[in-house]
Design a protein around this ligand. Structure first.
Ligand code: CO
Length: 653
């Protein structure tokens, strides 16, 4: 037995002969947050959590992560559920186990830094609604972005878990940047800030077992507060890394119950309970209770399978090790390219990722920086020409170059930075101060704007973080708009019937004629399912149809961090747009319309931004292809748009 000590093996009867462990490993369960975020695009519904909530409360978890991350976004956007209500509902059933949430520092539960007054209100309301432990992280590991949230957590006597995003440049820890000293220095900074525990957050599942061992050993001697390891199974090393971390003396680890474990999610708790049985780190958990919860949870899983990535048999993903990118980021990119008919560019995008990451300061890749680097890599691979790199820079890359996310690990490439900041509204000289210092207060304005729509501060905060989808949610919440069918929960019965229908449809279409030339492709949506249908008229020449008329469009490519489901459907019939001899600006990708920068009658130069489109959570500036006058702006904020759809018309000079 080594000095940190796992006890030697001895035969033992589970019920009668189980000694109390000297130093039991503490376990946080992630099934209600990161588990379904990782596996099912964060679509987990409160009703399915309630079904096992009381049993979960009996296990003896150190805490349960139930909120934050992408849950706030998906609940109001796709599930028609009030995110705040979930905490209060679960509290009725889970009375002993503390609740934790994932807070993206000054990004809260969104994708950009918010004003200090928004951060204060949000954290205060999270405390009041029932969050006990705040796992606070910043994608750049710039802890100035904690300075507003932490005092509110402390004032409420809640637990501040200071978090360090685990990042690598190669397959193993070390090198010039993300080496052991980097993590030790960051941990000391967090301890000085008053962290109650320190979490190493390995969102991509990159930490190798011996690196985990060395890191935990070193941190345990460098700081006094308990160490918590969060990793994902993605690369297949998850269980091994956790076991080595336990041997090194880690205090707390994260797991899921079986049905929500493995793949891009986390290790399952059950095998660890048995592994540690009778050792000095025994969890003390009842394996029969866990088994019962697992069976109960399994019942709801069919409802979520449509959001699972079923494209491969393997449950491990070696790409994340090769590219040091979170699994969710990769599947988002594949999904985005597929929607743009550009899947053949995937290798170019892979080549762009390390380049863009380097030029943007070798930043860790975690929400939102993973999306920022990912979509810019897509833009570069698709739109850059021989004479111009960074032809299309997203608003978020501009913000990053300005310093609005904080300090990057290394300085940003000066040429990229200069190009990104040309005409940037806040100024062309980047800031070096804390981002929150330059963001204007927002709550009063939101309060005034929402008169008659918001009934409480919690409503206002939904809109403060998600202005477009948040307002839509409030209209649904208060019955001003009906809840769209696709937001409504489905029963198991309905899911099973839909599966049967699919099966009988595919059985009917067995004989495939040879594929003729001149085929036309259609996007078809049936009951929320997307099909690419290729149509040829027997014996006739291909017919040209008017584009963009009554075209069903794919729902906004607002894929929650972590996972990319297949495109969900939302058939929207829009009035036809006549080009009137003007030049149409068409959508290069499916997404959600955000706003026009120009109105009808405004002059535009070629290349000047006419409108902003959201795709993959990032705001894309869409430029005019010609110099002229804007004549039509047919969309309104929140409209979903399909690839190739007309976004605006410009009359050329
Ligand atoms: Co995670």
């Amino acid at each position: 037995m080594d000095q940190h000590g796992i006890l030697e093996m001895r035969p033992m009867r589970y019920e009668t002969d189980r000694p109390a462990a000297e130093n039991p490993i503490k376990i946080q369960d992630l099934s209600f947050r990161d588990g379904h975020q990782s596996l099912f695009a964060t679509r987990g519904r409160t009703e399915d959590m309630v079904a096992v909530a009381e049993l979960m409360d009996q296990v003896g978890f150190y805490s349960m992560e139930v909120w934050g991350g992408a849950t706030f976004d998906t609940m109001h956007r796709y599930l028609g559920e009030d995110p705040w209500e979930r905490i209060r509902t679960l509290k009725q059933y889970i009375k002993k186990t503390p609740f934790s949430m994932l807070l993206r520092g000054q990004n809260l539960v969104g994708y950009q830094n918010y004003a200090d007054d928004v951060v204060r209100s949000f954290v205060q309301r999270a405390c009041a609604n029932g969050i006990d432990i705040f796992r606070v992280f910043d994608a750049l590991n710039d802890f100035r972005n904690f300075q507003t949230a932490v005092p509110i957590i402390k004032q409420n006597a809640r637990h501040f878990q200071g978090t360090i995003c685990y990042s690598l440049m190669e397959q193993r820890m070390g090198g010039e940047i993300y080496n052991i000293d980097y993590y030790v220095n960051k941990a000391k900074e967090l301890e000085a800030m008053g962290a109650d525990t320190i979490c190493i957050k390995d969102m991509a599942g990159l930490v190798a077992p011996y690196d985990a061992y060395n890191l935990v050993r070193t941190l345990k001697s460098a700081v006094r507060v308990p160490i918590h390891l969060h990793t994902h199974f993605t690369s297949g090393m998850g269980d091994l890394a956790l076991l080595k971390a336990i041997e090194a003396g880690v205090d707390i680890i994260d797991t899921c119950i079986g049905p929500y474990a493995y793949r891009t999610s986390h290790s399952a708790v059950e095998p660890l309970v048995i592994t540690l049985l009778g050792t000095n780190r025994d969890t003390g958990f009842d394996i029969r209770l866990l088994n019962r919860i697992s069976k109960e949870m399994e019942k709801a899983i069919p409802k979520y399978l449509e959001f699972a990535d079923n494209t491969k048999f393997s449950i491990i993903d070696t790409d994340v090790i090769i590219h040091q990118t979170p699994g969710g980021m990769l599947s988002n990119l594949v999904n985005q390219l597929r929607q743009m008919d550009a899947l053949d560019k995937l290798d170019d995008v892979f080549a762009e990722i390390p380049k863009v990451r380097k030029e943007l300061g070798q930043i860790p890749l975690v929400t939102p920086t993973s999306q920022i680097v990912g979509i810019q890599a897509v833009n570069n691979a698709l739109f850059d020409t021989r004479d111009g790199e960074y032809a299309r820079i997203t608003e978020q890359v501009k913000d990053l170059c300005y310093g609005l996310y904080g300090k990057t690990t290394l300085p940003i490439d000066p040429e990229v930075q200069k190009k990104a900041l040309i005409g940037y509204p806040r100024g062309e000289t980047p800031i070096t101060c804390r981002p929150g210092d330059v963001i204007e207060p927002a709550m009063q304005k939101i309060h005034d704007e929402l008169q008659g729509l918001a009934k409480e501060l919690d409503d206002e905060l939904i809109v403060a973080i998600y202005p477009i989808t948040g307002k839509k949610f409030l209209r649904i919440k208060y019955g001003i708009e009906p809840m769209p069918d696709e937001m409504k929960p489905k029963t198991l019965e309905e899911v099973k019937n839909a599966l049967k229908k699919d099966k009988s449809m595919s059985e009917k279409n067995k004989e495939t004629p040879p594929k003729p030339d001149g085929i036309r492709q259609f996007d078809v949506f049936v009951d929320g399912e997307y099909f690419l249908v290729e149509v040829s008229e027997k014996g006739a020449a291909p017919r040209v149809v008017t584009p963009n008329v009554s075209k069903p469009v794919i729902q906004p490519a607002a894929i929650p961090a972590g996972q990319a489901p297949k495109p969900a459907a939302e058939p929207v019939v829009k009035a036809p747009v006549s080009t009137e001899g003007g030049t149409p600006i068409t959508s290069p990708m499916p997404g959600m319309f955000v706003r026009y920068e120009k109105k009808p009658g405004d002059k535009v130069e070629v290349g000047e931004t006419v409108l902003v489109l959201e795709a993959m959570k990032m705001y894309n500036n869409i430029p005019s292809p010609v110099t002229g006058t804007v004549s039509q702006t047919p969309l309104k904020a929140g409209d979903p748009v399909g690839k190739g759809e007309i976004l605006a018309i410009v009359q050329p000079e």
